[in-house]
Design a protein around this ligand. Structure first.
Ligand code: F6P
Length: 346
Protein backbone atom coordinates (compact mmCIF):
# COMPACT_ATOMS: atom_id res chain seq x y z
CA UNK A 1 0.00 0.00 0.00
CA UNK A 2 1.03 3.57 -0.60
CA UNK A 3 -0.03 5.89 2.22
CA UNK A 4 -0.20 9.69 2.22
CA UNK A 5 0.30 11.63 5.47
CA UNK A 6 -0.54 15.27 6.24
CA UNK A 7 -0.65 17.55 9.29
CA UNK A 8 -3.15 20.44 9.30
CA UNK A 9 -4.21 23.34 11.53
CA UNK A 10 -2.21 24.84 14.39
CA UNK A 11 0.92 22.80 15.03
CA UNK A 12 1.48 21.12 18.36
CA UNK A 13 4.25 19.18 20.07
CA UNK A 14 3.96 15.48 19.22
CA UNK A 15 3.08 15.74 15.52
CA UNK A 16 6.49 14.42 14.54
CA UNK A 17 6.16 11.54 17.00
CA UNK A 18 2.94 10.47 15.22
CA UNK A 19 4.57 10.71 11.78
CA UNK A 20 7.55 8.66 12.98
CA UNK A 21 5.38 5.91 14.49
CA UNK A 22 3.18 5.71 11.36
CA UNK A 23 6.20 5.37 9.08
CA UNK A 24 8.25 3.05 11.31
CA UNK A 25 5.40 0.57 11.78
CA UNK A 26 4.09 1.07 8.24
CA UNK A 27 7.46 0.22 6.68
CA UNK A 28 8.76 -2.22 9.29
CA UNK A 29 5.64 -4.28 9.94
CA UNK A 30 3.42 -3.81 6.89
CA UNK A 31 5.92 -3.06 4.11
CA UNK A 32 4.00 0.08 3.05
CA UNK A 33 5.56 3.10 1.39
CA UNK A 34 4.70 6.72 2.11
CA UNK A 35 4.21 10.14 0.53
CA UNK A 36 4.30 13.25 2.70
CA UNK A 37 1.84 16.00 1.75
CA UNK A 38 3.03 19.48 2.64
CA UNK A 39 1.06 22.15 4.53
CA UNK A 40 -2.08 20.29 5.55
CA UNK A 41 -4.83 20.10 2.92
CA UNK A 42 -2.82 22.42 0.66
CA UNK A 43 -0.53 19.43 -0.10
CA UNK A 44 -3.09 17.16 -1.79
CA UNK A 45 -4.95 20.18 -3.16
CA UNK A 46 -1.92 21.60 -4.98
CA UNK A 47 0.01 18.34 -5.25
CA UNK A 48 2.90 19.44 -3.04
CA UNK A 49 4.65 16.33 -1.80
CA UNK A 50 7.84 15.46 0.09
CA UNK A 51 9.64 12.11 0.43
CA UNK A 52 8.65 10.26 3.60
CA UNK A 53 10.51 7.14 4.66
CA UNK A 54 12.44 5.74 7.60
CA UNK A 55 15.39 8.06 6.88
CA UNK A 56 13.19 11.16 6.91
CA UNK A 57 11.74 10.28 10.35
CA UNK A 58 15.04 9.54 12.08
CA UNK A 59 15.65 11.80 15.09
CA UNK A 60 12.29 13.59 14.96
CA UNK A 61 10.64 12.02 18.05
CA UNK A 62 11.58 14.87 20.46
CA UNK A 63 11.25 17.67 17.91
CA UNK A 64 8.35 20.12 18.12
CA UNK A 65 6.48 21.36 15.05
CA UNK A 66 5.90 19.13 12.06
CA UNK A 67 8.35 18.04 9.38
CA UNK A 68 5.41 18.11 6.94
CA UNK A 69 4.56 21.74 7.82
CA UNK A 70 0.99 22.91 8.28
CA UNK A 71 -1.68 25.34 7.08
CA UNK A 72 -5.30 26.14 7.72
CA UNK A 73 -6.29 25.50 4.07
CA UNK A 74 -9.93 24.48 3.67
CA UNK A 75 -10.43 22.59 0.34
CA UNK A 76 -14.19 23.06 0.63
CA UNK A 77 -13.62 26.81 0.27
CA UNK A 78 -11.63 26.32 -2.96
CA UNK A 79 -13.20 25.86 -6.39
CA UNK A 80 -13.19 22.16 -7.36
CA UNK A 81 -11.20 21.50 -4.17
CA UNK A 82 -12.49 17.98 -3.63
CA UNK A 83 -12.00 16.93 -7.28
CA UNK A 84 -8.45 18.30 -7.23
CA UNK A 85 -7.64 16.36 -4.06
CA UNK A 86 -9.04 13.14 -5.53
CA UNK A 87 -7.06 13.66 -8.76
CA UNK A 88 -3.80 14.33 -6.93
CA UNK A 89 -4.22 11.35 -4.63
CA UNK A 90 -4.77 9.15 -7.70
CA UNK A 91 -1.81 10.72 -9.53
CA UNK A 92 0.47 9.81 -6.60
CA UNK A 93 -0.92 6.26 -6.41
CA UNK A 94 -2.23 6.87 -2.88
CA UNK A 95 -4.30 4.00 -1.45
CA UNK A 96 -4.99 5.64 1.90
CA UNK A 97 -4.48 8.96 3.64
CA UNK A 98 -3.67 9.66 7.29
CA UNK A 99 -4.81 13.15 8.31
CA UNK A 100 -3.43 14.45 11.59
CA UNK A 101 -5.34 17.47 12.81
CA UNK A 102 -7.93 19.10 15.02
CA UNK A 103 -11.56 20.01 14.63
CA UNK A 104 -11.10 21.71 11.24
CA UNK A 105 -8.64 19.30 9.57
CA UNK A 106 -10.61 16.27 10.73
CA UNK A 107 -13.87 18.01 9.78
CA UNK A 108 -12.54 18.11 6.21
CA UNK A 109 -11.42 14.45 6.55
CA UNK A 110 -14.95 13.50 7.67
CA UNK A 111 -16.53 15.12 4.60
CA UNK A 112 -13.91 13.60 2.26
CA UNK A 113 -14.49 10.13 3.79
CA UNK A 114 -18.20 10.54 3.00
CA UNK A 115 -17.17 11.34 -0.58
CA UNK A 116 -15.17 8.13 -0.90
CA UNK A 117 -11.63 9.19 0.11
CA UNK A 118 -9.94 6.45 2.16
CA UNK A 119 -8.85 8.37 5.19
CA UNK A 120 -7.92 7.67 8.82
CA UNK A 121 -7.76 10.56 11.29
CA UNK A 122 -5.40 11.27 14.18
CA UNK A 123 -6.68 13.93 16.63
CA UNK A 124 -4.41 16.76 17.73
CA UNK A 125 -4.86 20.08 19.41
CA UNK A 126 -3.21 21.72 22.37
CA UNK A 127 -6.71 22.89 23.38
CA UNK A 128 -7.77 19.28 24.26
CA UNK A 129 -11.32 20.09 23.15
CA UNK A 130 -12.14 17.13 20.87
CA UNK A 131 -15.00 15.12 22.35
CA UNK A 132 -14.00 11.77 20.82
CA UNK A 133 -10.79 11.37 22.84
CA UNK A 134 -9.92 11.72 26.53
CA UNK A 135 -6.74 13.63 25.68
CA UNK A 136 -5.01 15.03 22.63
CA UNK A 137 -1.22 15.17 22.48
CA UNK A 138 0.27 18.65 22.76
CA UNK A 139 -2.06 19.56 25.61
CA UNK A 140 0.21 18.20 28.34
CA UNK A 141 3.18 20.10 26.91
CA UNK A 142 1.17 23.34 26.74
CA UNK A 143 -0.03 22.92 30.34
CA UNK A 144 3.51 22.30 31.56
CA UNK A 145 4.81 25.39 29.77
CA UNK A 146 1.99 27.52 31.20
CA UNK A 147 2.51 26.11 34.70
CA UNK A 148 6.21 26.88 34.62
CA UNK A 149 5.39 30.42 33.51
CA UNK A 150 2.90 30.84 36.38
CA UNK A 151 5.47 29.54 38.90
CA UNK A 152 7.96 32.12 37.66
CA UNK A 153 5.41 34.93 37.62
CA UNK A 154 4.49 34.35 41.29
CA UNK A 155 7.91 35.47 42.51
CA UNK A 156 8.14 38.60 40.42
CA UNK A 157 4.51 39.54 41.20
CA UNK A 158 5.29 39.24 44.94
CA UNK A 159 8.41 41.41 44.66
CA UNK A 160 6.46 44.25 43.06
CA UNK A 161 3.04 43.91 44.75
CA UNK A 162 1.55 43.52 41.31
CA UNK A 163 -1.33 41.64 39.78
CA UNK A 164 -0.15 39.46 36.91
CA UNK A 165 -2.66 38.33 34.31
CA UNK A 166 -1.48 35.31 32.28
CA UNK A 167 -3.26 34.83 28.94
CA UNK A 168 -3.12 31.26 27.66
CA UNK A 169 -4.51 29.61 24.52
CA UNK A 170 -8.00 28.14 24.43
CA UNK A 171 -10.41 29.39 21.82
CA UNK A 172 -13.61 27.64 22.94
CA UNK A 173 -12.43 25.53 25.85
CA UNK A 174 -10.59 26.49 29.03
CA UNK A 175 -8.66 23.26 29.61
CA UNK A 176 -5.18 24.81 29.45
CA UNK A 177 -6.20 27.64 31.78
CA UNK A 178 -7.92 25.27 34.20
CA UNK A 179 -5.11 22.70 34.42
CA UNK A 180 -2.26 25.21 34.55
CA UNK A 181 -4.22 27.48 36.90
CA UNK A 182 -4.78 24.64 39.36
CA UNK A 183 -1.20 23.37 39.01
CA UNK A 184 0.23 26.88 39.38
CA UNK A 185 -1.98 28.01 42.27
CA UNK A 186 -3.73 30.85 40.42
CA UNK A 187 -5.95 33.29 42.32
CA UNK A 188 -8.58 33.01 39.60
CA UNK A 189 -9.04 31.15 36.33
CA UNK A 190 -11.24 32.63 33.61
CA UNK A 191 -12.44 30.32 30.84
CA UNK A 192 -14.68 30.66 27.76
CA UNK A 193 -17.30 28.31 29.22
CA UNK A 194 -17.97 30.55 32.26
CA UNK A 195 -18.42 34.26 31.48
CA UNK A 196 -16.63 36.14 34.22
CA UNK A 197 -17.87 38.84 36.56
CA UNK A 198 -15.30 41.62 36.60
CA UNK A 199 -16.50 42.92 39.98
CA UNK A 200 -16.10 39.51 41.59
CA UNK A 201 -12.67 39.16 40.02
CA UNK A 202 -11.60 42.50 41.49
CA UNK A 203 -12.84 41.31 44.91
CA UNK A 204 -10.56 38.27 44.56
CA UNK A 205 -7.69 40.60 43.73
CA UNK A 206 -8.35 42.74 46.82
CA UNK A 207 -8.63 39.76 49.20
CA UNK A 208 -5.42 38.27 47.84
CA UNK A 209 -3.55 41.49 48.63
CA UNK A 210 -5.13 41.59 52.11
CA UNK A 211 -3.40 38.30 52.89
CA UNK A 212 -0.13 39.75 51.52
CA UNK A 213 0.00 37.70 48.37
CA UNK A 214 0.09 39.01 44.83
CA UNK A 215 -2.67 37.60 42.66
CA UNK A 216 -2.05 35.65 39.48
CA UNK A 217 -5.06 35.56 37.16
CA UNK A 218 -5.01 32.92 34.41
CA UNK A 219 -7.28 33.72 31.48
CA UNK A 220 -8.07 31.74 28.31
CA UNK A 221 -7.80 33.82 25.16
CA UNK A 222 -11.48 33.02 24.47
CA UNK A 223 -12.80 34.06 27.91
CA UNK A 224 -15.63 36.57 27.83
CA UNK A 225 -17.09 38.93 30.41
CA UNK A 226 -20.56 38.25 31.74
CA UNK A 227 -23.37 40.44 30.48
CA UNK A 228 -22.99 43.94 31.82
CA UNK A 229 -19.24 44.18 31.17
CA UNK A 230 -19.70 45.93 27.88
CA UNK A 231 -17.50 47.19 25.09
CA UNK A 232 -17.47 50.64 26.65
CA UNK A 233 -15.58 49.07 29.51
CA UNK A 234 -12.91 48.06 27.06
CA UNK A 235 -13.71 44.36 27.06
CA UNK A 236 -13.99 43.75 23.30
CA UNK A 237 -11.83 40.78 22.61
CA UNK A 238 -11.52 39.93 18.96
CA UNK A 239 -10.07 41.40 15.81
CA UNK A 240 -12.19 41.30 12.62
CA UNK A 241 -9.87 38.85 10.84
CA UNK A 242 -11.15 35.36 10.09
CA UNK A 243 -9.36 32.24 8.84
CA UNK A 244 -10.58 29.79 6.13
CA UNK A 245 -12.65 27.95 8.74
CA UNK A 246 -14.34 31.16 9.90
CA UNK A 247 -12.53 31.50 13.24
CA UNK A 248 -11.84 35.03 14.41
CA UNK A 249 -8.34 35.80 15.59
CA UNK A 250 -8.37 36.04 19.37
CA UNK A 251 -6.04 37.84 21.69
CA UNK A 252 -6.00 40.90 23.84
CA UNK A 253 -8.16 39.78 26.77
CA UNK A 254 -5.12 39.71 29.10
CA UNK A 255 -4.19 43.34 28.45
CA UNK A 256 -7.74 44.55 28.67
CA UNK A 257 -8.29 42.70 31.89
CA UNK A 258 -5.11 44.07 33.43
CA UNK A 259 -6.21 47.62 32.52
CA UNK A 260 -9.65 47.07 33.99
CA UNK A 261 -8.30 45.54 37.23
CA UNK A 262 -5.85 48.43 37.66
CA UNK A 263 -8.58 51.03 37.06
CA UNK A 264 -11.00 49.37 39.48
CA UNK A 265 -8.65 48.34 42.32
CA UNK A 266 -5.83 50.87 42.07
CA UNK A 267 -3.31 47.99 42.14
CA UNK A 268 -0.68 47.80 39.44
CA UNK A 269 -1.58 45.05 36.98
CA UNK A 270 0.39 43.66 34.03
CA UNK A 271 -0.42 41.09 31.41
CA UNK A 272 1.74 38.28 30.02
CA UNK A 273 0.59 36.60 26.80
CA UNK A 274 2.12 33.13 26.45
CA UNK A 275 0.89 32.73 22.86
CA UNK A 276 2.75 30.34 20.57
CA UNK A 277 5.38 29.54 23.21
CA UNK A 278 2.75 27.02 24.39
CA UNK A 279 2.85 25.26 21.03
CA UNK A 280 6.56 25.31 20.31
CA UNK A 281 9.46 23.11 21.30
CA UNK A 282 9.88 19.59 22.53
CA UNK A 283 6.88 17.50 23.65
CA UNK A 284 6.63 16.11 27.18
CA UNK A 285 7.11 12.37 27.73
CA UNK A 286 3.33 11.96 28.04
CA UNK A 287 2.73 13.63 24.67
CA UNK A 288 5.45 11.56 22.98
CA UNK A 289 3.86 8.40 24.43
CA UNK A 290 0.34 9.36 23.35
CA UNK A 291 1.38 10.59 19.89
CA UNK A 292 3.42 7.44 19.28
CA UNK A 293 0.51 5.17 20.24
CA UNK A 294 -1.87 7.18 18.04
CA UNK A 295 0.52 6.72 15.11
CA UNK A 296 0.88 2.96 15.68
CA UNK A 297 -2.89 2.48 15.85
CA UNK A 298 -3.58 4.74 12.86
CA UNK A 299 -1.40 2.63 10.59
CA UNK A 300 -3.10 -0.51 11.95
CA UNK A 301 -6.45 1.00 10.91
CA UNK A 302 -5.05 1.60 7.41
CA UNK A 303 -3.73 -1.99 7.22
CA UNK A 304 -7.17 -3.27 8.20
CA UNK A 305 -8.82 -0.90 5.69
CA UNK A 306 -10.89 0.52 8.54
CA UNK A 307 -11.39 3.92 6.88
CA UNK A 308 -13.49 6.88 8.01
CA UNK A 309 -12.22 6.34 11.57
CA UNK A 310 -10.23 8.36 14.05
CA UNK A 311 -7.95 6.90 16.72
CA UNK A 312 -8.75 8.06 20.24
CA UNK A 313 -7.64 7.60 23.85
CA UNK A 314 -10.25 6.06 26.12
CA UNK A 315 -8.85 5.46 29.60
CA UNK A 316 -5.52 3.86 28.76
CA UNK A 317 -6.75 2.15 25.59
CA UNK A 318 -6.46 3.44 22.05
CA UNK A 319 -9.75 2.86 20.30
CA UNK A 320 -11.25 3.84 16.92
CA UNK A 321 -14.32 6.04 16.59
CA UNK A 322 -16.09 7.17 13.41
CA UNK A 323 -14.56 10.43 12.21
CA UNK A 324 -17.99 12.04 12.26
CA UNK A 325 -18.38 11.26 15.98
CA UNK A 326 -14.84 12.19 16.93
CA UNK A 327 -15.24 15.81 15.93
CA UNK A 328 -19.02 16.25 16.27
CA UNK A 329 -18.88 18.10 19.55
CA UNK A 330 -16.41 20.22 21.43
CA UNK A 331 -15.35 18.90 24.81
CA UNK A 332 -15.85 21.76 27.24
CA UNK A 333 -15.05 22.28 30.92
CA UNK A 334 -18.15 21.36 32.93
CA UNK A 335 -19.50 23.70 35.63
CA UNK A 336 -18.63 21.00 38.21
CA UNK A 337 -14.98 20.82 37.16
CA UNK A 338 -14.74 24.59 37.17
CA UNK A 339 -16.29 24.70 40.66
CA UNK A 340 -13.47 22.44 41.93
CA UNK A 341 -10.91 25.08 40.91
CA UNK A 342 -13.04 27.94 42.25
CA UNK A 343 -12.41 26.73 45.83
CA UNK A 344 -8.96 28.34 45.50
CA UNK A 345 -10.07 31.66 43.99
CA UNK A 346 -9.52 34.88 45.91
O1 F6P B 1 -6.50 25.47 17.86
C1 F6P B 1 -5.28 25.52 18.50
C2 F6P B 1 -4.87 26.95 18.76
O2 F6P B 1 -3.60 26.90 19.35
C3 F6P B 1 -5.86 27.74 19.61
O3 F6P B 1 -5.67 27.59 21.00
C4 F6P B 1 -5.58 29.14 19.17
O4 F6P B 1 -6.71 29.97 19.32
C5 F6P B 1 -5.24 29.00 17.72
O5 F6P B 1 -4.76 27.68 17.55
C6 F6P B 1 -4.22 30.01 17.27
O6 F6P B 1 -4.04 29.86 15.93
P1 F6P B 1 -2.86 30.52 15.07
O7 F6P B 1 -1.63 29.72 15.34
O8 F6P B 1 -3.30 30.37 13.67
O9 F6P B 1 -2.72 31.91 15.55
Amino acid sequence: MRVGVLTGGGDCPGLNAVIRAVVRKGVGVYGFDFVGFRDGWRGPLENVTVPLGVNEVRGILPRGGTILKSSRTNPFKVENGVERIKENLAANGIDALIAIGGEDTLGVATKLADLGVKVVGVPKTIDNDLSGTDFTFGFDTAVNIATEAIDRLHTTAESHHRVLVVEVMGRHAGWIALHSGIAGGASAVLIPEQPFDIEKLCEHVETRFETHYSPIIVVSEGAVPAEGATDEQGMTLVSGEKDAFGHVRLGGIGDRLAGEIEARTGKEARAVVLGHIQRGGTPTAFDRWLATRFGLHAIDAVAEKDFGKMVALRGTDIIRVPLSEGTAELKLVSPEEYAEAAVFFG
